[in-house]
Design a protein around this ligand. Structure first.
Ligand code: PEP
Ligand code: MN
Length: 338
């Protein structure tokens, strides 16, 4: 439920209205805009009568939010949310977030070399998996804590902030210490215990779309994090499972304008996991920027043929450089920059 207040409403009127709402066991989030102040209500609003609220002179109108996601809803937060990563990057702002790096951290030379290459081409975040969610328990599972340390070395060498996937709530403290953006992978998009814990931390969360998740389910997962108090959520479209088997997943580029309409959260696209084929990454990256994505996450490897994970969809640094040149041109057309 949303309460739109009249212009010029005094703080004491907001306080007494808030008291009534909180007394009914609901939560209130005031959103003060330049010409509109609204109160976003979450919780069970069924006991709260519209007419009771409208009897307050400061109330202009009461609106019901049909969607089950509230804090993630654009009605609750009409302006775009931006998530500040460092002095160079605010995700959701004019500048695109370009996250690039290997699927998995494999060693010091590998991660530091790739970090230098992708930075030189224009990436502003280094990606690298340390804990890998693999379908087979016999497949390479990542360098784990050592992988995080190597990412920190690559950050120290290049200045690039780090994004890496967290799989277990037990590792939150170490991720808080070592990474700049915590990634929740597609397989954990509905790990609600993990999402609840991430709602309590002060760290940007990159929430990938689940393997077969609808847009609404994805936004409900974001709602878990937002409702806990962490408002730094970035969404990532990474393809969904459909009847098509030629590509690893089916990239849902229509989800970008849909998310932009439904929500205020920034959303990026991962053309690597979306397609599963290195030669498709360039064209899907271009399309993603054209359709309004706030950034990209791209797997880059110096030697894809020998990569320990996802070599088939990883591009080499020289092709990444070409992708960045393309993306720069498209970004200018859609009033964005790299
Ligand atoms: C990844 O980015 O390394 C990854 C495993 O992606 P996803 O969760 O989208 O499969
Ligand atoms: Mn991968």
């Amino acid at each position: 439920m949303i309460i739109v207040l009249k212009q010029g409403t005094q703080q004491k009127e907001i306080d007494s209205l808030t008291e009534l709402i909180v007394g009914e066991g609901l939560q209130v989030a005031p959103i003060v805009g330049s010409d509109l102040t609204i109160l976003g209500l979450t919780g069970d609003t069924s006991r709260l009568d519209d007419s009771r609220l409208e009897s307050f002179r400061c109330v202009d109108r009461v609106m019901h939010v049909a969607e089950p996601f509230k804090k993630a809803n654009r009605m609750f937060h009409p302006a775009n949310t931006t998530v500040k990563i460092n002095d160079n990057l605010e995700i959701g702002g004019k500048k695109l977030a370009i996250m690039a790096g290997p699927c998995s951290v494999e060693g010091k030379d590998q991660i530091c070399g790739i970090a230098r290459d992708v930075k030189a081409s224009g990436a502003n975040v280094l990606r690298g998996g340390a804990f890998k969610p693999r379908t087979s328990p016999y497949a390479f599972q990542g360098l784990k804590y050592q992988g995080l340390d190597l990412l920190c070395e690559a950050k120290a060498a290049t200045g690039l902030p780090i994004v890496s996937e967290l799989m277990s709530p037990y590792d939150i403290d170490i991720f808080m210490d070592k990474v700049d953006i915590i990634q929740v992978g597609a397989r954990n998009m509905q790990n609600f215990d993990l999402l609840r814990q991430l709602g309590k931390v002060d760290k940007p969360i990159l929430l990938k779309r689940g393997l077969s998740a609808t847009i609404e389910e994805w936004l409900m997962s974001a709602e878990y994090i937002l409702s806990g108090g962490n408002e730094k959520v970035i969404l990532c479209e990474r393809g969904i499972r459909t009847f098509e088997t030629y590509t690893r997943n089916t990239v849902d580029l229509g989800a970008i304008p849909a998310v932009k309409k439904l929500s205020h959260l920034p959303v990026i696209v991962d053309p690597s996991h979306s397609t599963g084929k290195w030669w498709m990454v360039e064209s899907v990256a271009r399309a993603a920027v054209a359709v309004g994505a706030d950034g990209l996450m791209i797997e880059v490897h110096n030697d894809p043929a020998h990569a320990l994970c996802d070599g088939q969809q990883s591009i080499k640094p020289d092709l990444f450089d070409k992708v960045m040149q393309d993306v720069r041109k498209i970004a200018a057309v859609v009033d964005r920059e790299v």
